[in-house]
Design a protein around this ligand. Sequence first.
Ligand code: C2E
Ligand code: MG
Ligand code: MG
Length: 410
Amino acid sequence: PLTVLYNKNKFYMDAKKNIEKELTFTIYSVKLTNLDSIGKYVDPKLVEKLISRIIKDFKDECKKIKLYSYYDDEFIVMTFPQCNHTEFIVKLGEKYASSFKIDSFEVRLPMKVGVYEYLGGKESPSKILDKARIAYEQASEQEYGIYFYSKKIEEEMKEIFEIAGSIPDAVKNKDLYLVYQPKVRLEDNSLDGVEILSRWDRGSKKPVGPNVFIRIAEEIGQIKEISQYVMENAFKQIAKWESKNIVMNYAINVTARELLDVEFVEWAEDLVDQYDLDRTHFEIELTERVLCQEGDKLTSILKYLRSLGYKISVDDFGTGYNSLATIGEIPFDILKIDKYFIDRLDRMEVRELIKSMISYAHRLNKVVVAEGIETKDQLDYMRRLGCDMAQGYYFSKPLLSEEFEKKYLF
Ligand code: C2E
Ligand code: MG
Ligand code: MG
């Protein structure tokens, strides 16, 4: 009713007729990304006016365009091959993405458009619509723009579904395992400790790294199970090493959600006690991005953990949106400079930036670690700048515990 357009059932009927008549057509799925917020925070009456305005723009462009409503903030546009409207839609998107006046308000109405061209053949109307919607789903981080369907995107989406669906079993079946990457002190190349990283053995299926499966696990609410699994196994291994009088530091990656979960923190604390581990040997790594988004909420728990002896490490520093000034407000001990900068040491601006990061961190009495060192030149350079420690393939890739023991311990 809000859009005064036909609904999606009418779209299915029309599309079916066209398919039967062997007509080709193009589907644009138009999603108004902030319409909901405008209704909530600006003025609900504006929503109707904005929608009518966009519908009018489409009708003015071409009488043959067919419009259907899908949700309040999403509609379907069907066009025919005689006319190509892509350019018009790109321009329309740009127009609404910049702010404009309506009534007494200044608003923006960014839209994400997914495009699928039906070129004939056996396809159902709902599948056709799915394809246009999949097309804009690829731009989950973007606010607006036009995105085209491709087989590759559909496969990627399918893979994400597949990964999400098999995470619970991966934990249950113990298909996850741990690897250990050494961290080296630059003053004498001695071993400072290891970072513990998880891996997923997917058998014959395509491997996926923690960058992918940890993010998906977070989104689907499975991260706690993974973290508990990682910690149980890591602590068991650490206890073994400690029983052999090996003293080193252990860096564990966590997400904000775990630290904000009181039960989880208590559970982990109990486990540390059970294994009788020394808390001062633990480094809790949180990415700078997370610290930047959830910093305020995390401050008190970080202070508490530090008071128990744990060290806090800011991971992937430089990739979030902190400035050197705001990072000082977060209670931490170690700053890990992201590989992004190490890869760009040939650029003067990057070298100057790293110099400032190191001298700032040192003034605050923090330890600086360079991540992703792959060459001797990178290592020498970071050492000259006064960086304290380094981690990277130049020293070693993450290793299985037995491999690590052979190479570094016994
Ligand atoms: P991170 O904590 O920044 O870990 C460093 C990543 O860089 C690791 O990737 C490591 O294998 C890789 N790396 C280290 N040195 C080099 C190098 O010289 N060259 C290159 N190209 N790569 C290098 P990995 O193991 O794929 O982990 C990716 C990210 O996933 C980690 O980034 C961490 O944020 C997250 N992660 C891994 N395991 C866990 C986990 O058990 N729990 C949580 N919450 N996050 C995890
Ligand atoms: Mg890390
Ligand atoms: Mg990192």
